[in-house]
Design a protein around this ligand. Structure first.
Ligand SMILES: [Zn+2]
Length: 184
């Protein structure tokens, strides 16, 4: 039994059935959590028994960085739990149905890599957890897709953000308190 960190390569889907605490990208299995790797050679399965910091509970407000966006949702590395001083590093997902109260077709149109999101923990299960940006939650700090400049709420276009450098405007799932990242 060995220890795994988030993103550690565990094997391919030809070798193993991906179990709890893992995720698959392009046929490769990676650890989704920090924990012990459990591989079962008879069942050809691999899983990671993870540890979630006990402060992470359903209903808690968290902050994290957007790592990638896909059809099924947005991958976020959670760095902070509101009211808890220690920095954490836990990978999670905003499932497409948890992004907004209205229907979302393309998660990539409402988030960009490197954005900081404020979200709520909605589910904890088997060393993994889910967060949601429905309602007042969403992006609290966004960076321009073109030039990486910091973005501010647009005065010209309602509900949009505007880049402070190149002045282009863009959509995000904006948090009600966009720009307030003093807790970070
Ligand atoms: Zn820009």
């Amino acid at each position: 039994m060995e220890n795994a960190f988030i993103g550690d390569y565990l094997g391919t889907i030809e070798e193993f059935a991906p179990g709890e605490g893992t995720y698959v990208e392009e046929g490769k299995i990676y650890s989704a959590t920090i924990g012990k790797v459990m591989s079962n050679s008879e069942l050809h399965s691999v899983s990671v028994t993870g540890k979630i910091v006990p402060e992470l509970e359903v209903g808690k407000v968290v902050y994290g960085d957007v790592m990638s966006m896909g059809k099924t949702g947005v991958t976020v590395i959670v760095k902070r739990i509101s009211g808890f001083k220690n920095e954490i590093d836990q990978r999670t997902m905003i499932h497409v149905s948890n992004i907004s109260d209205s229907y979302v077709d393309k998660p990539e149109s409402l988030f960009a890599i490197g954005d900081i999101v404020k979200a709520r923990v909605v589910k904890i299960f088997n060393g993994l957890f889910d967060i949601s940006t429905r309602g007042e939650f969403g992006v609290v700090k966004a960076f321009c897709r073109k030039c990486r400049g910091p973005m501010v709420v647009s005065e010209k276009f309602e509900g949009k953000l505007e880049c402070t450098l190149c002045k282009c405007s863009d959509d995000r799932k904006i948090a009600q308190d966009y720009g307030k990242v003093s807790e970070l």
